[in-house]
Design a protein around this ligand. Sequence first.
Ligand SMILES: *Cc1c(COP(=O)(O)O)cnc(C)c1O
Ligand code: SF4
Length: 442
Amino acid sequence: MCDATSAPGGRYSAFTLANIHRAPQWSLLTTEQQEAVRVVGRILPFRTNSYVMDELIDWSQVPHDPIYQLTFPQPGMIGATDYRKVAELLRKDAGPEHLAEVVNDIRLRLNPHPAGQLTHNVPQLNGRPLAGMQHKYRETVLFFPAAGQTCHAYCTYCFRWAQFVGLPEIKFEARETDDLVAYLLAHPEVSDLLVTGGDPMIMRASVLRRYLEPLLNPKLEHLTNIRIGSKSLTYWPTRYLTDPDAASILHLFEELIAAGKHLTFMAHFSHPAELQTSTLERAVRNIRATGAEIRTQAPLVRHINDQAETWRDKWRREVSLGLIPYYMFVERDTGPKRYFEVPLFRAQQIFKEAYAQVSGLARTVRGPSMSALPGKVRVVGVSEVRGERIFVLEFLQARDPDWVGQPFFARYDQQAVWLNQLKPAFGADRFFYQQAPAKMLA
Ligand SMILES: *Cc1c(COP(=O)(O)O)cnc(C)c1O
Ligand code: SF4
């Protein structure tokens, strides 16, 4: 894992468990809060930096401050028994081997690989699996460049937490860019490439260029849209301002656009507090000046953004900055999900209330959406048909494109937090898409 010196040359300092006690704000935390960081930070990834700590967190509101909840491990993120066990081992200064064993056992119980991440959607080229890529929806290939599999800071709710603590996740091969280009050449149905991670913007401009330049191959005309998924506008905005290679990054964006590609920067913003600094405003302006679009997405999570006003303010602020609200996700079924989960009925209420209070320019957003095995399922609303209370659902994306845009119905359930807990409405024994299991797994 990299530290401040291997981050892309900016002026912020990075903090991990090893040096967080040297951060000026550390002494503002209570002993219990410090212990929680040390205990939970052993199990789940922890990494923050001086921009987040100095400019985004309001320390007078800690521990409730949303950005503190976003980057600092919280005591409730793991079960009480596991917490006590690890706290006790740390207090007794237990040997590293014993500690690692206990920690690993806890990690494996946290569903590290949700929705078939490791086994499904891995594309093949001439019979060889291409690790580092996923191709689930016809038009879009996900690409995980090896050099972009970390982040400037870690979100406490991260659904890719397993890869940051060293559990096996996505593996990479040496010739990954060649493989990507070969795969895209063989798949004319693919119009979109989504470069993701971790955070691809952790890469230096020269490394990012090595991945993106080959996409300008004239035989890849069918690849019209390139997206880069990133939280760097929150965690390291000088990436587009004063980092030594900021100008090269912006120039690369301009080149891709000049070559005729649509470039969308998929920015992850969890809370309006991330959108207030002048540094952020200037970074947004620089990216937009290249001709790139910025679309925004985030999961809805308890303790951080489970209020309609938060989303309303976030979407309003985004639109005022020229950003395009895109997705509200349901928190994935992995890691510390218990701490962050919001029931589906409540998620839909929050979405609806916020959506009702913004102008049409912000109603480009879609959600709440679950990235589940069969596809991205949106909870459209709650309704009642002949006395039965139901959830109306739809696929925003599906393994089988025919499933998209066809409403389907589940029994209303006040507790359900994920698709697999829903039962079909009207006495049906399965959902319409479950009638084709062979096709689904093909
Ligand atoms: C969300 C997602 C995409 C992109 O879907 P869009 O509807 O085009 O935004 C692509 N692949 C996977 C696996 C996804 O989860
Ligand atoms: S930016 Fe994304 S990948 Fe990185 S820690 Fe946050 S949720 Fe995880």
